[in-house]
Design a protein around this ligand. Structure first.
Ligand code: GLU
Length: 432
């Protein structure tokens, strides 16, 4: 499920087909309303958070390899920029829609605020299955899409990054297409590029690393250190494979990992490096395994930590009652629907939210942007150290909020994010 050429949650490649009964926008709005009802935040500011600042919709004609012209639809939703330039990924996926981009852009606003990095929230995408395109067609699509949104992106206005179905190569084409039109090389216009053109060391592994760091802290918090914990990971792409392998290195027993073909399962613990990630060999998890189970069974395993790191809406009201894990750590964006979240809360299963757990991606994007504007590269060691520091600071802020009352982990993360955002809106005021 995760294409690891794809970034995070990006985690991911286009499959499996998610449950679409609750749109990302519906989930995001429900979560916002719930958190706002528990918090002392100016309702006028909350009202503004319900809507994106603007959604750009573009038409992208490209020449197919057979000489015919095909027209695709693309979006860039810009939700809020009170704390800094809009920031967020670009998806190439058949389920991309205006609504999905808006919902995902809201999550980016909260994610950057939870991490206390000076960016706002955006998300974009093209309605396309990249598997249907040749390399040349993907390149032409990326370049033309970049040109169509050229006036609304830029290193100080809106900075795209990889997401589902896009990767470092896509970001190279975006950076090049933008730079050629501006007549100067502008690496800071996108993040998630290859290091040779201003990308950051450690960026590709960052979302999975942050999931592993947060999982480690959560395990300690619930008195079940990693060495005594079992873990199941849905999705073995950028997020899932990096998280599973780090947790394995740090002593956890990873009993199951999956991709769209099914899950490799070993109750005594898998050798996570022997299972090919999506990047190493797409859709090869089940083929490489001695013992397999289905994705449904993986989600219902009796483990200490369950990490859904594949697609949105993996855990819905249809299967939330089957979850037997002690704790869920969200690797993908929006893997637990609002309705499923209510069922899990009633059952006492803590859900550590995406806007904290997978925020390592955008955090290292911020490091990449700093490196680009300073024209100075950091070592991978420095990136990982600074990521660890930022993740622990965000974890401390969210944990402190969680311990104040009986709100969920998601509510606590929203409290941190909305508090910072509301303060910024109040300080700047409403224009004109
Ligand atoms: N697509 C990633 C996310 O959902 C990263 C976004 C970024 O780095 O801007 O968090």
């Amino acid at each position: 499920m995760s294409s690891d050429t794809s970034d995070q949650s990006t985690v991911d490649n286009p499959e499996p087909v998610p449950d679409t009964t609750e749109s990302a926008l519906a989930t995001a709005r429900h979560q916002l309303e719930r958190a706002a009802s528990l918090l002392d935040i100016d309702p006028n500011v909350v009202e503004r958070f319900r809507y994106p600042d603007v959604v750009h919709e573009v038409t992208i004609p490209i020449e197919r390899d057979d000489g015919g012209v095909e027209v695709f639809r693309g979006y860039r939703a810009q939700h809020d920029s009170v704390r800094g330039p809009y920031k967020g990924g670009i998806r190439f996926h058949p389920h991309v829609s205006r609504e999905e981009c808006i919902g995902l852009s809201m999550w980016m606003t909260w994610k950057c605020a939870v991490m206390d990095i000076p960016f706002g929230g955006a998300k974009g995408g093209v309605v396309v299955d990249p598997k249907d395109l040749s390399d040349g067609e993907r390149e032409r699509l990326t370049r033309r899409f970049t040109d169509e949104i050229r006036n609304v992106i830029g290193p100080t206005t809106d900075i795209p990054a990889p997401d589902m179905g896009t990767d470092a190569e896509t970001m190279s084409w975006m950076m090049d297409a933008y730079s050629m039109q501006e007549a100067e090389t502008i690496p800071g216009v996108v993040t998630g590029k290859p290091p040779v053109i201003g990308g950051s060391e450690g960026r590709a592994g960052a979302p999975g690393r942050s999931v592993a760091i947060i999982a480690r802290e959560v395990a300690e918090y619930y008195d079940s250190p990693l060495a005594e914990s079992t873990v199941a990971v849905q999705g073995f792409g950028s997020v899932g494979a990096n998280a599973a392998r780090l947790l394995d290195d740090w002593g956890a027993t990873v009993v199951a990992v999956s991709d769209v073909t099914g899950a490799a399962y070993d109750p005594d613990g898998l050798d996570t490096r022997a299972v090919p990630s999506h990047e190493e060999q797409p859709e090869a998890v089940a083929r490489s395994a001695d013992r397999t189970i289905g994705n449904d069974e993986l989600l219902a395993l009796d483990v200490d930590l369950l990490v859904p790191a594949a697609v949105g809406n993996a855990i819905t009201e249809a299967n939330a009652a089957d979850v037997r894990a002690d704790v869920i750590v969200e690797g993908a964006n929006g893997p637990v629907t609002f309705a499923a979240g209510e069922i899990l809360a009633e059952r006492g299963v803590p859900v550590i939210p995406d806007i904290l757990a997978n925020a390592g991606g955008v955090t290292v994007s911020y490091f990449e942007w700093l490196q680009d504007i300073n024209r100075r590269a950091w070592s991978e060691e420095r990136v990982n150290e600074e990521l660890e520091t930022e993740m622990l600071a965000a974890w401390d802020a969210v944990r402190t909020e969680f311990e104040r009352g009986d709100a969920s982990w998601r509510d606590a993360a929203y409290a941190v994010a909305l508090g910072r955002l509301a303060e910024a809106h109040e300080a700047r005021g409403l224009w004109p």
